[in-house]
Design a protein around this ligand. Structure first.
Ligand code: CA
Ligand code: CA
Length: 49
């Protein structure tokens, strides 16, 4: 069987396995507070300053 391509639920070209925000397209994988959850799906990081 051929290996399936890595799942990429949000089509941002980052495989879900490596995507720090698998449900939001965030090609740059920005993670302001470096907790492993991408800024794109961590709205509170945008509120903190
Ligand atoms: Ca993503
Ligand atoms: Ca984060």
């Amino acid at each position: 069987m051929a290996a399936l391509p890595p799942a990429d639920g949000d089509l941002d070209s980052m495989p879900d396995d490596e995507d720090n925000c698998p449900l939001n397209a965030n090609v740059e994988q920005l993670d302001y507070d470096a907790d492993g959850q991408g800024d794109a799906c961590e709205p509170d990081v945008l509120l903190a300053s």
